[in-house]
Ligand binder design. Structure first.
Ligand SMILES: Nc1ncnc2c1ncn2[C@@H]1O[C@H](COP(=O)(O)OP(=O)(O)OP(=O)(O)O)[C@@H](O)[C@H]1O
Ligand SMILES: [Mg+2]
Length: 360
């Protein structure tokens, strides 16, 4: 690995202020404010059509002219064309040239810049070495696996030494095993290069495993920004709670610090908004015990009946009827038979600290 490829730029900040983007008359993103820290691995996560690619492409300088501003390393690039921004973008379809060798594909951007042949050769070798493809430099893309093609696309982007690396669904063309392997490789490469990196995914697990922080997009706006764990544990609204994994959502209302559900269920809720309308907790944040078993301290007890159980390998997922509501509870599966069965009366214990109360 060469030091030269690794220490060209100090990591830079990307700052987006009041950004709105419309295609013709139709608004796709509204009033986006976001700071991506120098050297951060940042993910845009959201459902199809939520504007993830549009936002990424705007950082690169593609797409309709936005309202608001984009700054890279303090420089206002909002009105600069893509080639003057010094950002590198890997498109979802890699877009390798099939008739060129790997080496030629990677060299292309440097040849366009008319660098001396010797320097091009050296930098291409460095970039190929960085992604572990030096031995395959004379092959054509059709002679490579999906993961290798993906790495050529990365090498081609980092060889021009961008200030920021932008990746649009970089792993979506790969099979499940390769995707997991490439997650680690891309993350390691990003750390090695210290490159501020933004990547787009609609896969929550991919965002969780790769991103330092992420932004969840929906309905034209950033719903929430934070670390994967923070967003999972402290979603600000039902969309985020649900998008980031299975959540129990029990409707009710706040009444002097207590969340009340019809049917007499009450849960003390600290720091809950007075107009809170839904109690939210993850299936693994409830503990299920036979009704007669000793209770758990510092928890609220809810009584219910097991309606359904599903063996998922490492966990068993129970559907428990609590009054008029159904609650999902995940229990780790130990070797042997489950301690409760369908039809059993059970007690659910939830720790109020592991719940959130949301307005909408
Ligand atoms: N060139 C275009 N002209 C008109 N509308 C567009 C254009 N590109 C995207 N859109 C619209 O903008 C919205 C956001 O699209 P975008 O591609 O940013 O979504 P995305 O979050 O990347 O979705 P996906 O996960 O499907 O890739 C969509 O409603 C899309 O139809
Ligand atoms: Mg997209």
């Amino acid at each position: 690995m060469s030091d030269e490829t690794t220490s060209v730029h100090a990591p830079v900040e990307v700052r987006i202020d009041g950004l709105s983007i419309a295609f013709d008359e139709s608004e796709v993103l509204r009033d986006i404010d976001l700071v991506i820290e120098p050297g951060e691995f940042f993910a845009f996560l959201g459902p199809s059509g939520s504007g993830k690619s549009t936002l990424l492409r705007a950082i690169a300088g593609f797409g309709p002219k936005p309202k608001g501003s984009i700054r890279i390393d303090g420089e206002d690039v909002t009105n600069l064309p893509p080639y003057r921004r010094n950002v590198g973008m890997v498109f979802q379809s890699y877009a390798l040239w099939p008739h060129m060798t790997v080496r030629k594909n990677v060299a292309f951007g440097l040849e366009e810049r008319r660098l001396p042949a010797g320097e091009i050769h050296q930098r291409v070798n460095e970039a190929l070495d960085t992604v572990g493809l030096l031995e395959l430099a004379e092959r054509r893309p059709s002679q490579l696996s999906g993961g290798q093609q993906q790495r050529v696309a990365l090498a081609r982007t980092i060889v021009v030494r961008p200030r920021v690396l932008l990746l649009d669904e970089p792993l979506s063309n790969l099979d499940a095993n390769l995707r997991i392997q490439m997650r680690h490789e891309i993350k390691a490469l990003q750390r090695q290069l210290g490159l501020t990196t933004v990547f787009v995914t609609h896969d929550q697990e991919e965002a969780n495993t790769m991103a330092d922080r992420m932004a969840v997009l929906n309905d034209k706006v950033l719903q929430q920004v934070g670390s994967p764990i923070d967003l999972y544990d402290n979603p600000v609204n039902l969309f985020v709670a649900d998008f980031l994994g299975t959540a129990n959502v029990i409707p009710g209302a706040m009444d002097s610090g207590i969340f009340k559900v019809d049917g007499g269920i009450t849960v003390p809720a600290k720091n809950a908004p007075p107009d809170g309308k839904a109690l939210v907790f993850r299936p693994q944040n409830a503990v299920l015990r036979p009704a007669m078993a000793p209770g758990l301290e510092n928890t609220e007890r809810l009584d219910g009946t097991v309606k359904h159980m599903e063996f998922l390998g490492s966990i068993i997922r129970y559907t428990v009827a609590v009054g008029a509501h159904e609650v999902l509870v995940d229990e780790p599966h130990q070797v042997g038979t489950a301690p409760v069965n369908e039809g059993d009366r059970v007690a659910l214990y939830i720790n109020p600290d592991q719940t959130v109360v949301l307005v909408a």
